[in-house]
Ligand binder design. Structure first.
Ligand SMILES: Nc1ncnc2c1ncn2[C@@H]1O[C@H](COP(=O)(O)OP(=O)(O)OP(=O)(O)O)[C@@H](O)[C@H]1O
Ligand SMILES: [Mg+2]
Length: 508
């Protein structure tokens, strides 16, 4: 027993803490109401000092200070009765007759509060999805109930938010590892730091037991087992360039004129033709200076090591096919210039959305393709407009989801953020970042300020449609997660062998 309820309302429960116990913020406790035969779930959101008699404490501290100066000891009489702590809790809901209800009634007066055990959390299992990412957490303690996200929520977009070093990339690796196990979802990961494949200090996606069948990697630094990242100049649209560079109205006009004249060869023609030639074709309509500026941009793109000019080779089609086959496709863009990385992301995102839109018209074929998730690190750079904003707004209809990973959610427009239905909130130091998430999350996290502030590395709060409340989780550490996977696989293999031997020996 850790306390007894003393107040206060349906929206806020407070209890006096037993002096023997130490409660922490974020812990989920149970008010075990025998009178009502109900279990109330309470999340500790704050802890305050309490004392019997108002001024007594101030006087006692003064007396102590005087005695300190004289190096004498102070004896507190009835310390355990007079001094106490008050835990302030947000009620999460209650279970009665096997059903979970939102908090709309009060536990009985002086109801006993205790710590939750694994059985108390059992009801959460039905809210969990197939993409496993960790375990339930109460405060700092991990509880042996798995936490997973439903794959069907992928097209409703996912946000991963945390200050640097709090565990965003690890979470994404774990997410990808679970998706690789399932083989039911297409996950595209754009990796600007080159940290997903090898893993850096820890293990990487290449160490996953199913990497051979379910992981496809593209990189400009191709080596054994890795495809060379190349996109065709003919696949680049005018809109793609508009997404990554800013152009004046006159320049935009010229780009569209080039496109309507040369079709998908527009970029190659712009690159190959001299300004004088272009002037001759387009006449006075477009100034030479406009072409010169555009040609400089085209030059930069065409000379990039990731652009090729072979019309028949399109890596993007192969990538889309792998995604439809339920694989994880990793695009390593480390070492590239930012404009190259953005160009790859934008072209791929647009082609995936357009392809799905095309398939959408054929209901039978559309039904067969899996949800596809496009993951972008430092998402605040690309989300503002263009293809990524378009996917955020209309992707759900076409089974394309975005996973935005960012340290600064406040840089994302609120209107766009509200399109994201699943939030992984890890430790966030900045108040502005926490506030913007508060107003967009699908569960009420308004009282969880202190918990979010004090989340340790790898600890998260997860909100998604249909969750009974913001789910506290400890994200698996990727290395341990795949280590366990291997151990389980070996165990299953062994069991199979034993079974076969026994069958051979005539046991069965
Ligand atoms: N779930 C976890 N369990 C244990 N340790 C973790 C966990 N997640 C992250 N860590 C530790 O924190 C370190 C940083 O994690 P990670 O690289 O995922 O952070 P990040 O949020 O992606 O950082 P950055 O903003 O720099 O990209 C890891 O190297 C690891 O030591
Ligand atoms: Mg990271």
């Amino acid at each position: 027993m850790i306390g007894r309820i003393v107040g206060k309302s349906v929206g806020e429960i407070i209890f006096r803490q037993s002096y023997k116990e130490d409660v922490k913020i974020g812990e989920i406790l149970i008010a075990d109401d025998r009178e009502k035969n109900a279990l109330f779930f309470l999340r500790v959101v704050d802890i305050e000092y309490g004392q019997e008699g108002e001024k007594w404490g101030i006087k006692a501290a003064g007396d102590m200070l005087l005695l300190d100066e004289k190096n004498e000891k102070y004896e507190l009489r009835e310390k355990d009765r007079r001094l106490y702590k008050i835990c302030i809790c947000k009620p999460l809901g209650y279970i009665q007759n096997g059903r979970f209800y939102k908090p709309k009634t009060l536990p009985s007066h002086f109801c006993v509060v205790r710590r939750a055990n694994k059985n108390d959390y059992k009801f959460l299992e039905k809210y969990m999805g197939d993409i496993e990412i960790g375990k339930i957490r109460s405060g700092e303690k991990e509880i042996d109930v798995k936490v997973g996200i439903k794959g069907e929520l992928i097209p409703y977009h996912i946000g991963i938010f945390a200050t640097t070093g709090m565990g965003k990339s690890n979470l994404m690796r774990v997410f990808a590892a679970s998706a690789m196990n399932l083989g039911k979802y297409g996950i595209l990961i754009i990796d600007p730091h080159g940290e997903y494949y090898e893993g850096g200090i820890g293990k990487g996606l290449k160490d996953h037991p199913k990497a051979d069948e379910r992981l496809v990697v593209y990189s400009p630094h191709a080596k054994f087992g890795i495809n060379r990242l190349k996109i065709s100049a003919y696949e680049i649209n005018v809109t793609d360039l508009e997404d990554i560079f800013s152009f004046s109205e006159a320049q935009k006009e010229a780009l569209y004129a080039l496109h309507s004249k040369f079709g998908k060869k527009w970029l190659v023609e712009l690159f190959e033709k001299e300004v004088a030639e272009l002037s001759e074709i387009f006449g006075k309509r477009i100034q030479d200076i406009t072409f010169s500026v555009l040609k400089r941009r085209a030059d930069r793109i065409m000379r990039s090591e990731i652009i090729h000019r072979d019309e028949n080779v399109t890596t993007t089609d192969a990538i889309i096919k792998d995604l439809y086959d339920g694989k994880v496709v990793l695009i390593d863009t480390s070492g590239l210039y930012e404009y190259e990385e953005l160009l790859v992301s934008v072209v791929l995102a647009r082609k995936i959305l357009n392809n799905n839109k095309k398939l959408f018209r054929d209901k039978e074929r559309f039904k067969k393709i899996p949800p596809v998730l496009i993951t972008v690190e430092e998402a605040q750079r690309v989300l503002h407009n263009g293809i990524f904003a378009q996917i955020a707004r209309e992707g759900r209809k076409f089974k394309v989801g975005l996973c935005a990973i960012t340290q600064q959610p406040k840089l994302i427009k609120e209107e766009l953020l509200s399109q994201f239905n699943t939030f992984f909130i890890l430790g966030l130091a900045d108040e502005g970042d926490r506030n913007i998430l508060k107003s967009s999350a699908k569960q009420d996290i308004s009282k969880l300020e202190k918990e979010i502030q004090t989340l340790e590395v790898g600890e998260a709060l997860i909100t998604y449609p249909g969750a009974p409340f913001a789910i506290p989780a400890k994200i698996h550490w990727y290395d341990d997660y795949i280590e366990n996977m291997r151990a389980n696989e070996n165990k299953n293999e062994k069991n199979k062998e034993i079974l076969n031997e026994r069958v051979d020996e005539g046991f069965y």
